[in-house]
Design a protein around this ligand. Sequence first.
Ligand SMILES: [Zn+2]
Ligand SMILES: [Zn+2]
Length: 181
Amino acid sequence: MADIDRDRTPPSHPLALWKSYFRVQPADRDPRSLLDPEHQETEPWGESDEGLCVKCGGSGATMFECGMCKADGPNYACPVCGGRIRYEDECPACKGSGHIAHERRKGVSAFPDEAALYRYLLDHNARLDETTRVIELEGELSEEQDFDADEGALLIRPRRIADVHSLDWQLLSSLSRGVVR
Ligand SMILES: [Zn+2]
Ligand SMILES: [Zn+2]
């Protein structure tokens, strides 16, 4: 897929109009806790050791790729990339410093569509089973960037739970075989 010239991105794409966002969590965790502003915080996944940033190797910059627009074509309303699909930018894990400091960020991690969420989970070999729930949320983007923004993750402040359902195993397996990619 060819890179999209970032100059073609309109200056103000309608971020606020994106309908809903998706994340997963275990069935035994009450999704309503996501609506409590006190719980709308995110820490890095895995080890959050301080030190050299693993994502960018200390350079402070990394390649961003939006899985949704890569699969479906560039969408100028996309809250992840604004239709840019693939571009280099400041590393979201270390905010360009090259070094990781232990920190929490405002918002909960989510993806702009269910397939984008599944691609991320597959890439990270996440443990998924019958107790995994997909939570569809409505809300606004946080002012902070997700640690994995380069992989299409967003931080949002959920206002409403639109839906809770089991994993779509058919979609997951088609994505894992690369059919829909
Ligand atoms: Zn970094
Ligand atoms: Zn996109």
